[in-house]
Design a protein around this ligand. Structure first.
Ligand SMILES: [Cu+2]
Length: 135
């Protein structure tokens, strides 16, 4: 687990595993794995699941109404936007975009690794969907 590498305390495996077990399901299986230290590529498997922020656009209406989401630096996010038309969804600051269409939501996955206040908006209709306050 990459978390363990970042925590400079001598006794940590049981505590961290107990915490992780409440957050995800992979902990027990990982403990039972006899293959020893895992390669870094597996670290993602024990990372917390992404926090999902969902928005629906219907006409000029944004649901839920545009607000501000407080996000921790380093938090994994998944923005999902459904729309009743084709729209480009844009995450300002991170400059990420995806296209939503009827029946095909936009989905943007990223790590909020830059502090600041960023708007997530549609480009066709210039609707602000919400703000991300990353700190
Ligand atoms: Cu934009």
């Amino acid at each position: 687990m990459i978390v363990q590498l970042l925590v400079p305390r001598p006794i940590r495996t049981p505590v961290l595993c107990a915490v992780a077990a409440t957050l995800l399901t992979g902990c027990a299986a990982e403990e039972a794995d006899p293959s020893g230290p895992r390669p870094t590529s597996r670290a993602g498997a024990s990372a917390p699941a992404a926090r999902e922020l969902r928005v629906a656009v219907t006409g000029d209406e944004v649901t839920p109404p545009p607000g501000r989401h407080a996000v921790r630096v380093g938090e994994r996010l998944r923005i999902v936007v459904t729309a009743d038309r084709t729209e480009e969804v844009h995450v300002h600051g991170y400059d990420l975009a995806d296209r939503a269409a009827p029946g095909r939501p936009a989905a943007i996955d990223f790590v909020a690794d830059r502090p600041g206040l960023y708007e997530v908006e549609t480009h066709g209709s210039h609707l602000v969907l919400f703000q991300l306050a990353v700190r």
